[in-house]
Ligand binder design. Structure first.
Ligand SMILES: CCCCCC/C=C\CCCCCCCC(=O)NCCO
Length: 602
């Protein structure tokens, strides 16, 4: 090798070693930077979570002090009486000055503090409510004058965060109240507490990394349900007389069923959704709506009446000028009622079926006509729900969770959305002939063209016509009676049983109105009948595990009416509530296996 060649060779070798060394040290630096960043971001997450938890604790401490002060000069001898009043009775007493807003407020505050200790259902006491209480005066303005009210945390409240359990949304206080809250304040209500939910709201359990798990008031080993689970637990345990949840797949109805209260999903659009935070913006295929939750149906109706007013239409011109039809709500003519007690291929517990059958019998005895109704082919429906609510295959959901620890209730869902798209496609293709539901949920739905979205909406129109016209109109039905998910699950099972969501989400997809009424409790026989779930596939076995040990838990039914027939739906719910109450009186509170209302607050 000549001198020149030798020189070039040595130079290359040297450069090679050098660049390797540079590359290696570069990679090490990059790795270290990433690690430091990760550690810092974890630290930052923890810090923000701790701050939020401290803010919550502080709001409780301030409230406790205010309560103590109040009690020193006011003996609160009316507490039990106040807590036993329904919303209509309470508003009447406040209007007639038989009760003062202060004694009602502090009575509910005391009960809420106590309930929260046991169930972990609240995210903060709204300290501004003390100011509102001072200024409410005696002008007795509004349908809900002096009524304390609870709100799910995702309803925007001026100067307060709506985190939805996602760390990056902490420390982002809202500029203004949501429309519903503005209207309620005008109607004299005093929002005093905010309630818990599952992280990112797309689940029907009730836990998040900031505020933890909410427990069921009827069994502390079970979830309160979700996503409006904090509301359901608080109301079910008597800490609030009326509250607002939101519902895109059953979130006001499922926790109502788990906690033995009434929950109503109005036709989307009837109440303003302006300022109700959701994790996806712009998803308009499966519609979310706020809805009231309370211990009885009259309270839900009164809430609707208070909200549906000129001011709501003024603040949110997308809502219709359609005043609440009190006459229709109060009417008592006999109804033609379609009914079904299960949906093919969708897990259904024995108590869900029994609840429907027993209410059907009561309705028949009361002179109504009951007609069997066959729900639309569920797999078509489930596919549309999944394509609509998760049109991006869960990508936005995962994006929103970035920078937050993921709550265990979401693990099953997140694992699915994290699977690489090609793997999901292959799995969906292989599984489809054998297990329909998992394959539906695996399908990657990202639309690459407007035509994809149009096709989906066209399919929903077809299903809507099949459901509402081909059957409902042909059978000349007024309303439909059907099951709602229940009884309350063990923790962390809701995310594994998305296959049950069609029981509630069908009415979001088709935008019918639907509400839930508690009618019974789980019996020993229901528990024995769980053995039937051993047959019928994997999801049935998971359901069995989720609900085993549920004797005594609430059982509810679902009442459905066509879009914009909210008053008719509520009137049907009221009828069910009254018949069940009467049956309970007639048969005695311990009529094992028979329909009876267990949690009678009056
Ligand atoms: C195989 C069945 C497919 C179902 C489609 C699943 C799609 C998304 C999951 C939805 C889970 C809904 C639970 C209730 C959530 C809710 O209503 N949240 C309220 C938000 O305001």
């Amino acid at each position: 090798m000549g001198f020149l060649e030798q020189f070039v060779h040595n130079g290359r070798a040297l450069l090679g070693h050098r660049s390797k060394a540079i590359l290696l040290s570069g990679a090490a630096c990059f790795g270290a930077v990433l690690l430091v960043q990760r550690v810092n971001s974890r630290r930052e997450q923890k810090k923000r979570i701790l701050e939020a938890q401290r803010r919550r604790e502080k709001s409780f401490q301030v409230a406790e002090r205010a309560l103590l002060e109040y009690k020193q000069s006011h003996p609160m001898t009316n507490a039990l009486y106040i807590l036993s009043l329904s919303l209509s009775e309470l508003t009447k007493q406040l209007q007639e000055s038989a009760l003062s807003p202060e004694e009602v407020f502090y009575t509910y505050l005391e009960k809420t503090l106590d309930v929260h200790q046991k169930l972990n259902c609240c995210t903060e006491i709204i300290l501004d409510s003390f100011e509102q209480l001072k200024t409410i005066g005696s002008c007795k303005r509004g349908i809900l004058y002096g009524v304390p009210l609870s709100l799910k945390e995702n309803l925007l409240l001026k100067n307060h965060d709506s985190s939805c359990g996602v760390v990056k949304y902490l420390n982002q206080p809202a500029d203004d109240d949501c429309v519903l809250v503005k209207v309620l304040k005008e109607q004299g209500a005093i929002p005093f507490v905010r309630t818990n939910f599952p992280q990112a709201l797309l689940n029907y359990d009730c836990s998040n990394p900031i505020y933890g798990q909410t427990l069921n008031p009827h069994n502390l080993q079970k979830t309160a349900g979700g996503s409006s689970g904090g509301e359901a637990a608080l109301i079910g345990a008597g800490g609030s007389v009326i509250g607002i949840g939101t519902d895109i797949g059953g979130s006001a109805r499922i926790p109502a069923s788990f906690c033995a209260i009434c929950g109503f999903k109005p036709t989307a659009g009837r109440l303003s959704s302006k300022g109700c935070k959701s994790i996806f913006r712009g998803q308009k295929t499966v519609l979310s709506t706020p809805g009231p939750m309370a211990r009885d149906v009259d309270s839900l109706a009164l809430f609707m009446k208070a909200e549906i007013c000129e001011q709501m239409v003024f603040l949110d011109p997308t809502t219709p000028l359609l005043p609440f039809d009190e006459g229709l709500y109060q009417s008592r003519n006999s109804l033609r009622i379609g009914y079904f007690d299960c949906i093919e291929q969708t897990p259904t517990s024995p108590s869900m079926t029994r609840g429907v059958q027993e209410v059907k019998a009561l309705l028949e005895q009361a002179g109504h006509t009951l007609v069997p109704f066959t729900p639309v082919r569920i797999l078509d429906m489930a596919e549309l729900m999944s394509k609509g609510a998760l049109a991006d295959g869960g990508a936005t959901f995962l994006q929103q969770l970035e920078g937050s620890p993921v709550d265990p209730v979401l693990h099953a869902q997140v694992a699915m959305y994290r699977l690489p798209i090609c793997l999901r496609k292959v799995l969906a293709f292989i599984l489809k002939p054998f297990v329909s539901f998992p394959s539906i949920m695996l399908i990657y739905h990202s639309f690459r063209s407007a035509a994809g979205v149009w096709k989906l909406h066209a399919s929903i129109e077809v299903i809507f016509m099949r459901f509402s016209v081909s059957q409902w109109r042909r059978l000349n039905l007024d309303v439909v009676l059907c099951p709602i998910i229940g009884p309350a699950f063990n923790f962390c099972y809701c995310g594994k049983l998305m296959s049950m969501v069609p029981h509630s989400m069908t009415y979001n997809l088709l935008n019918f109105c639907a509400g839930v009424v508690p009618v019974s409790t789980v019996t020993e026989e229901d528990e024995r009948n769980l053995c039937h779930l051993d047959k019928g596939g994997w999801f049935n076995r998971v359901l069995k595990k989720a609900i085993t040990g549920g004797v005594g838990l609430p059982v509810a039914v679902q009442c459905v009416a066509l879009p914009w027939h909210d008053e008719l739906c509520l009137r049907f719910m009221k009828e069910v509530e009254e018949l069940v109450k009467k049956a309970r009186k007639d048969e005695g509170a311990n009529a094992n296996g028979k329909v009876y209302l267990i949690y009678d607050f009056h």
